[in-house]
Design a protein around this ligand. Structure first.
Ligand SMILES: Cc1ncc(COP(=O)(O)O)c(C=O)c1O
Length: 395
């Protein structure tokens, strides 16, 4: 008998909402003009759709439409934000400001651009986090100094779902004249974001984490005072206020726009439903198993995220036992060894505990029945692994 598949990996990606898919469809075959074609109606009808989408994205985060720059996703937005500010420093004659502050628990799409800048002479402070995954604000305040150009802190963590105190960090950065960038790939449409209230200068968005299509995202670039200039990372065409060259992918942009509008409208009720299902999942697993611990703060957290350590169980072996259930470990295979997630290590988890941890990502389309299936499968698999191997082989 084929087991019913369940998708609980919504931090990796989400399915496209059918409403989003239907809205995109005509822009492949009927309304296919280039939005940059100014002298015919094929172009202007595509441009009108792009304008609507730009407004939909802006409304979700409390921005103005002209502050939204379309990119291919959050990775590109992070690169443009972090490296673009770097070049501004050089271009604006502020070369002495060559220090960046970020978190040890950031996504690679922030850590790697920071490392790249280190190789060109920047100093980067990778702040540790507390045991609950949240930044210690006092540590952040003391890490900043006169040479600090940029603070880049993620909103919600992609492994443990914890939500950083952006408003406090934003107020501090604004007062100090430091550029504040936020990777909001995981939080957009799940929890409220307001770039004005939070004093955010740059904010990265990805459509495929919020029931939109893959391959499209945006960077919010604050306009007005204090002034903020970014240097584009690609040359050619001058699209998107000269910040991101390339023909705009109208169908994808329409999808991102509607995904943002739907998320804004449904965020509150969806958070309540998804949060309830997460509680059901946690209750079910802890009722069936002992020696299960939660990673990350449970209050400041995305409603759909759960990250659990199953003592004495290799997470990779657990996932192999239940391939019909989509879950994730944050581990990475490097050469012959399995490397535990850098996020769990930053929480202070011992090596074995980090390799015994699993991420559950619930989403808009998760049902009670699916949660029941997952509880049953996980409890059975953990029990069987614990029974079969008293000493796991963590290599
Ligand atoms: C926190 C975070 N930042 C950035 C990214 C990269 O997003 P994209 O796939 O849109 O490039 C991801 C996706 O895994 C993420 O979770």
């Amino acid at each position: 008998m084929r087991q019913q598949r369940v998708y609980l990996d919504n931090h990796a990606t989400t399915p496209v909402d059918p409403r989003v898919f239907n809205a995109m469809a005509p822009f492949f075959t009927e309304i296919y003009g280039n939005p940059a074609s100014k002298n015919h109606s094929f172009g202007s009808e595509a441009k009108a759709a792009v304008d609507i989408a730009r407004r939909q994205v802006a409304v979700l985060i409390g921005a103005q439409p002209k502050e939204i720059i379309f990119t291919s996703g959050a990775t590109e937005s992070n690169n443009l934000a972090i490296k673009g500010v770097d070049e501004t420093a050089a271009a604006g004659g502020a070369a002495e400001r060559n220090h960046i502050v970020t978190l040890a628990t950031e996504h690679k799409a922030v850590l790697d651009p920071c490392r790249r800048l280190e190789s060109s002479g920047f100093a980067v402070t990778y702040l540790p986090v507390r045991e609950n995954g949240l930044v210690d604000l006092e540590e952040l305040y003391t890490a900043v100094h006169g040479q600090t150009l940029l603070v880049t802190v993620m909103h919600a963590n992609n492994e443990i779902g914890v939500i950083q105190p952006l408003a406090e960090i934003g107020a501090f950065c604004r007062q100090k004249g430091i550029v504040f960038h936020v990777d909001a790939a995981q939080s957009i449409g799940k929890v409220p974001v307001d770039v004005s209230a939070m004093n955010i200068d740059l904010l990265s968005i990805s459509a495929h984490k919020v029931y939109g299509p893959k391959g499209i995202g945006a960077l919010f670039v604050r306009s007005g005072k204090p002034s903020l200039e970014l240097r584009p990372q690609m040359d050619g065409g001058g699209h998107e206020r000269g910040l991101r060259a390339g023909t705009l992918p109208t169908p994808l942009i329409v999808g991102l726009g509607l995904a943002c509008e739907l998320a804004g409208r449904e965020m509150e009720s969806e958070a309540a439903t998804v949060g309830g299902l997460r509680q059901m999942l946690l209750d079910g697993i802890t009722a069936g198993l002992d020696q299960v611990s939660i990673n990350g703060d449970m209050e400041q957290r995305l409603p759909g995220n759960l990250n659990l350590t199953f003592k004495d169980v290799e997470a990779e072996s657990l996932l192999q036992r239940i391939p019909h259930i989509a879950l994730s470990t944050g581990s990475a295979c490097t050469t012959a060894n399995l490397e535990p997630s850098h996020v769990l290590k930053a929480l202070g988890l011992p090596h074995e505990a980090a390799l015994s941890s699993v991420r559950f990502g619930l989403g808009r389309f998760t049902t009670r029945e699916e949660v029941e299936i997952v509880i049953e499968a996980v409890v059975a698999a953990v029990k069987s692994l614990r029974a079969s191997s008293l000493i796991p082989n963590f290599s």
